[in-house]
Design a protein around this ligand. Structure first.
Ligand code: CAA
Length: 392
């Protein structure tokens, strides 16, 4: 694996690092405390090209590669995981799907406002009774008699950026009799300003509190047939393909928060005196530092491997499902391990809101849950290795 970063990679990593440390880190505690959506930050990130890093310039993107994306994501997450969540959904779950499966008109119309940060994108797959088992969704889309539009009814839950999203990619059942049933699911491009769309109550969350999450309701929402993404019945494959890309973004945000917690722990272990010497001189702290550092670097390698596989897939079309699942699984469990150890190293100060350590710990947890829980990543990896088919 060639890990040499080219000039463009160094440039985007440094730009993301400067922006994250100067403009996000100083206000991250405020946004965490208030749960306010960080719109001014997102707008600026759009202007800087962070909202559509891999999208070609003709669609308002930065035209960079998959390595550039993970480098930028890591730096933003290091300052605030909540901001990186909004960035990740825009880049991977929204833009990647539309670019990969959309036609030219759809790309022009649906990508530009999101890649430039003027509008916010979202991805609506999960439902109250359909989370890990995504193929069991109930939201229905029925073709109108004249064939001009679909009428959509149903409810989606845990929608990242749902309360503020202007546009979203929605998955709904168009053929309930299809067998296997996932072949009856279709993807739609939704304009949330149209009648029939209502965002629900915002979820109060343990972490990533500035990233707004809610249920969304569809009540006789009319979606023109031109807004079908891909082909009718192709929705589940689109959802899964997009999640492969999304999981690399989540792995990168896990890496970012782990690094933030680790770097703070090294400084603290050098400075904090107990029993007459810096606590870093005690073997029990040294063991934690060694394990934290090793897991972080192993996560980075898995993420680069997955990003390179994703980049290659742009030419070959080859799936990178296993690489993405391994990177997300390992990096998210590393983030949880490292932030947990960081709280322990900091003792009472790790538990206090005076330092960001407790926020890192709360924010890290979600990376083991969303875009496929660790249990799902293990299932995906094992099925692919064993050549097993799913249950759908
Ligand atoms: N790429 C392309 N196609 C894929 C695929 C992939 N990675 N994985 C599966 N498929 C295809 C299969 O080939 C199969 O198609 P055919 O039968 O037509 O050949 C079809 O999809 C069904 O596959 P399975 O039988 O394996 O499906 P399953 O139902 O047994 O299991 C699963 C699938 C992997 C468990 C899947 O349901 C899954 O990933 N669940 C987790 C859902 C998830 O990650 N949700 C996150 C919500 S979004 C979120 O969190 C975002 C946010 O807001 C931040």
């Amino acid at each position: 694996m060639d890990l040499h970063l080219n000039e463009e990679h160094v440039m985007i990593r440094d730009a993301a690092r400067d922006f994250a440390q100067n403009e996000i880190a100083p206000v991250a505690a405020h946004y965490d405390e208030t749960g306010e959506f960080p719109l001014p930050i997102i707008r600026k990130m759009g202007e800087m090209g962070f909202m559509g890093i891999e999208m070609p310039e003709e669609y308002g993107g930065a035209g960079m590669d998959a390595i550039a994306y993970v480098l930028a994501m890591e730096e933003i997450a290091k300052a605030d995981v909540a901001v990186s969540t909004i960035m990740s959904v825009n880049n991977s779950l929204y833009c990647h799907g539309i670019y990969t499966f959309g036609d030219e008109e759809q790309r022009q119309e649906w990508l530009v406002p999101i890649t430039t940060g003027e509008q916010i994108g979202a991805y609506a797959l999960t439902e109250p009774m359909s989370g890990s088992d995504a193929g069991t969704m109930r939201t229905r889309a029925v073709l109108s008699e004249d064939g001009s539009h679909y009428i959509i009814n149903g409810r989606k839950s845990w929608i990242t950026s749902g309360p503020v999203a202007n546009r979203l990619v929605l998955f709904a059942v168009t053929d309930p009799d299809a067998r296997p049933k996932h072949r009856g699911i279709t993807a739609f491009l939704i304009d949330t300003s149209k009648p029939g769309f209502t965002p629900g109550k915002e979820e109060p969350k343990l972490g990533i509190r500035a990233s707004a999450t809610c249920e969304i309701m569809f009540d006789d929402y009319k979606c023109p047939v031109e807004n079908v993404l891909g082909k009718p019945g192709q929705g589940f494959k689109i959802a899964m393909t997009v999640l492969d890309a999304g999981r690399i973004g989540i792995a990168s945000q896990a890496l970012g928060v782990a690094e933030a917690a680790y770097e703070a722990s090294v400084v603290y272990a050098r400075e904090r005196i107990a029993f007459g010497r810096p606590i870093g001189e005690f073997q029990m702290i040294q063991q934690k530092i060694a394990d934290m550092k090793t897991r972080i670097e192993a996560s980075r390698l898995l993420i680069y491997q997955a990003a390179l596989a994703k980049q290659e897939a742009k030419k070959t079309g080859k799936r990178f499902t296993t690489e993405a699942a391994m990177a997300k699984l390992f990096a998210s469990e590393t983030a949880m391990f490292v932030t947990h150890q960081a709280v322990q190293i900091h003792g009472g100060m790790g538990y206090s809101k005076e330092l960001p350590i407790e926020r890192y710990f709360r924010d890290a947890k979600i990376t083991e849950i969303y875009e496929g829980a660790s249990e799902i990543q293990r299932m995906v990896i094992a099925r692919n290795e064993l050549g097993l088919r799913g249950s759908c």
